[in-house]
Write a new protein. Sequence first.
Lengths: 345, 345
Amino acid sequence: MLENGLKRITSIKEIAKLAGYSIATVSYTLNDKGRIRAEVRQKILDICQKHGYMPNSAGRNLRRKRNETIGLMFYPSSAAIFRNVYYAQIMEALEFELEHAGYDLLLSGHDSSLEHSVSPRFLRQGKVDGIILLGRFPRKRVIALKDYGVPIIQLDGFREFLNVDYVTSDGYSATEQIVDHLVKLEHRRIVFVAYNHEDTNANQREAGFLAAVGKHNLSNSECRNIRDIGNSVEAYELIKYLLESESPPTAIIAVNDTLAVELVQLLQDDGYSVPADVSVFGYNDDADSQKSNPQISTVRIDKTKLAQIGAKMIIDRIENSEITHQKASLLAELIHRDSVAVAKS
Amino acid sequence: MLENGLKRITSIKEIAKLAGYSIATVSYTLNDKGRIRAEVRQKILDICQKHGYMPNSAGRNLRRKRNETIGLMFYPSSAAIFRNVYYAQIMEALEFELEHAGYDLLLSGHDSSLEHSVSPRFLRQGKVDGIILLGRFPRKRVIALKDYGVPIIQLDGFREFLNVDYVTSDGYSATEQIVDHLVKLEHRRIVFVAYNHEDTNANQREAGFLAAVGKHNLSNSECRNIRDIGNSVEAYELIKYLLESESPPTAIIAVNDTLAVELVQLLQDDGYSVPADVSVFGYNDDADSQKSNPQISTVRIDKTKLAQIGAKMIIDRIENSEITHQKASLLAELIHRDSVAVAKS
DNA sequence: CTGAAAGCGCTTACAG
DNA sequence: CTGAAAGCGCTTACAG
């Protein structure tokens, strides 16, 4: 029941009957199409309003062959995403953009990391017009998903040569900038640390690191790229070994702020001082990099922009499948805070 | 194109033609209804499989008058939720339950705190069968939402006398337990602190506090319930004033772990020792309560169970609107850690 | 400017 | 055990 005690009307047919016009006229009015007399239009609108009429999306979607819905998938799983502060801002902006463009966002509780996992329900049921892949989806999964024929894009992750649109951040140039900056502060023994899982963003950052090491003629044996650690404790064990060696590193570049924050904690627990003994750089400008003591120097990725571009990409792809392959790599900005200082001599 | 080079089939009609049976038979097969000969059944299933057929949800939903979709709304806004660790686990469990029950989860980017906000798109478009309200929705908003006629429930929030199902945690008894415990540790001057915004969960906790103060014959003038602070700094200013008074509180109960953690930080920055000078209790068992130093004693709310019950409630309500009003209040468990000690004498 | 009608893909009572 | 047919609520070319 509505406020005015009237029964809620759920179909265009009833509205048409009440107004004394055809369902076509009602439909045109509701969609601002065709040329309906202003007077008729107003009458119909009034009736809809009065009876709390809401168009039925199943009816419209069946006819239009659209869902006005975009599916969101996470890798490795949605559990991982919700716990990850990095994604909060992205989700937020994504929702905003999509809602304004007339799309709803459908979530998948699907665990994409399971080897034999079937595809998410919403895909099997054809409930979405497009899919946004958030995270470091493996190539194989992207291909499998692409084969459904539903438009997909990758957000904050990418796979080349798949003709799948993507938007990510330019970790290569970001790392070059970090090394440039560290070298200016007289660092010559720098370590890059990332997790052992496959991650194209981490690869880019590593590649930028290696290129910068070459560019500045830093010693290959003194600059390490550690890529086989499973967690911060493992990372710290290796770093500790290096710190106790004859030519200890003076700076550490951690693949993200979470790792950076944890390393700083472990270093401090062990009696090292940051940045006096060793400088630490992170990536992402997550909230915890600022809460850490000292505050961590990091790379700011404009997450809102990332989401905006992603939203635009998937919508473009849905509404115009002819457009050519799109990819974007956002330039990142260095944020200088207190975890970096001139190299210990 | 599928792997086998065949065109993907998108309707039951084409499958029927290929199989040489009617669409009714295909439909019955797909839905495991009616009595279809095993042989025919297998043939149809094979064809579907081969051509990657997926049923069209708009068609089915139009016919069934269902959406198989549940909308999720947040208060004050989705932005607030994504940044709130407390909700990560709830979202996760909710998704899991709903997906298994055959429902998809539709997200709303809607900002419910805006006074003149329209309802979310998915509601206006009739895209959801039910709505889960997460957070402390004001009574007025709950009523407005309820008037759409779509089943709703409140999760981790509640409004009485509205006949809206809800599941929340029993903050009343939790706080009683906290005070019982503190009294056992010889605390007699205890402060309860909560934010100034309207929040029925906070009200419950406060009520439990007041009841326990009465039960233990604690001094009303020495036990305060502070409910008018906007943030932790404001809270700390008041607490500091009390700590410097003649009969300073020996224990603080903060309405959630976030506030507790921030208060501990501010106390320490100011030279107070926790728990030597003052004990601190939180609620929720959020991740940060464990990361804090000292680790914060808190109240564990089984968020997974909260979500499970919530999922079951909304589904019950959707599938059987006749059921009577349901409400649940989860018993919480005290988690004893290092922020609480015997009262300073 | 307005209406009659087809059809989107599905489910389901009914008939056989 | 299987099929013909109605109808869910909508949009849209077409006719007038």
